[in-house]
Design a protein around this ligand. Structure first.
Ligand code: MBD
Ligand code: FE
Length: 270
């Protein structure tokens, strides 16, 4: 974290305050609404949902501002649910999951290269995503849902000498922000849906390069055009290919059809 100059603080904070005052005037905000807003901010804090609220409504804009000057492949918001220090996987890479983890099998593969196309041998991918019920591991949910075991669907793995990787996981589902917390309650009060399209999160790192925080979405997801967090970019939408050929299944240690998808990550030099 760098120290922010007094001048920068004064400029940005004044702009924010002006925007709030202008909204109060334009919308003729009443005392009742003003008091409700103050109570809402208190509720958000007490529920521990400030990170969720901020990442849903503002992070995509921050990401776009920073990405505008980068020659990396598309990035996306980190969101509130990254936990550093996930299990380091051994080949063949399989995301940590329950024995009977529900959901369709996904073989996610791809490459990590420098912005000029040079493969980055030994780059690291830290991946995390929700399960088939839209639940992340190790996150306190405001409802009484069943929680996956600690570390579920969170893992780190290394790309090979050609910058290539393949990891097996399950296909996530669209993610609904819980309605019982203040963030979901506000979306409901406004009549907005609380969904994010299904997504895989990834942070990709390599020596001499800026890390790339990214999400991958799935084609034909009903929420691609209305992500509540506004974080979808066309370059991040994976095309799923279905494989049902029984001949190919035993070799892959699978007993049913699976899907595959791939993505090319490119990192900017640091
Ligand atoms: C998520 O899974 C997410 O990625 C974001 C940005 C917000 C809430 C939940
Ligand atoms: Fe997420």
């Amino acid at each position: 974290m760098t120290t922010t100059s007094q001048e920068r603080v004064a400029t940005v904070v004044a702009a924010l305050m002006d925007a709030i005052r202008a909204t109060i005037v334009d919308q003729r905000v009443t005392y009742d609404e003003y008091n409700a807003a103050k109570q809402y901010a208190i509720d958000l804090g007490e529920a521990g949902e400030w990170p969720l609220f901020a990442d849903v409504f503002f992070e995509a804009t921050v990401e776009q501002v920073e990405a505008a000057t980068s020659d990396a492949s598309d990035g996306a918001i980190e969101g509130p649910y990254f936990i550093p220090g996930a299990t380091q996987l051994e080949k063949p890479y399989v995301m940590p999951m329950r024995e009977d983890e529900p959901g369709e099998t996904l073989l996610f593969s791809g490459t990590v290269a420098s912005a000029d196309g040079t493969p980055l041998a030994g780059a690291q991918i830290d991946m995390w995503h929700s399960d088939h019920y839209g639940t992340y591991s190790d996150i306190p949910y405001p409802d009484d849902r069943e929680l996956p075991p600690s570390g579920n669907l969170r893992g780190r793995f290394t790309v090979d000498e050609n910058g290539h990787f393949e990891v097996r996981t399950i296909i996530p589902v669209p993610y609904e922000i819980p309605k019982t917390g203040p963030t979901g309650a506000m979306l409901a009060a406004a009549g907005w849906h609380a969904y994010r399209p299904a997504h895989l999160h990834a942070i990709v790192t390599a020596p001499g390069h800026k890390s790339l925080t990214c999400q991958l979405y799935l084609s034909e997801d009903p929420y691609l055009d209305s992500d509540v967090a506004g974080a979808v970019k066309p370059g991040l939408v994976l095309t799923l290919e279905k494989h049902s050929d029984p001949g190919d299944l035993p070799a892959r240690n699978l007993d049913g059809p699976y899907f595959s998808a791939s993505h090319a990550f490119r990192l900017a030099k640091s």
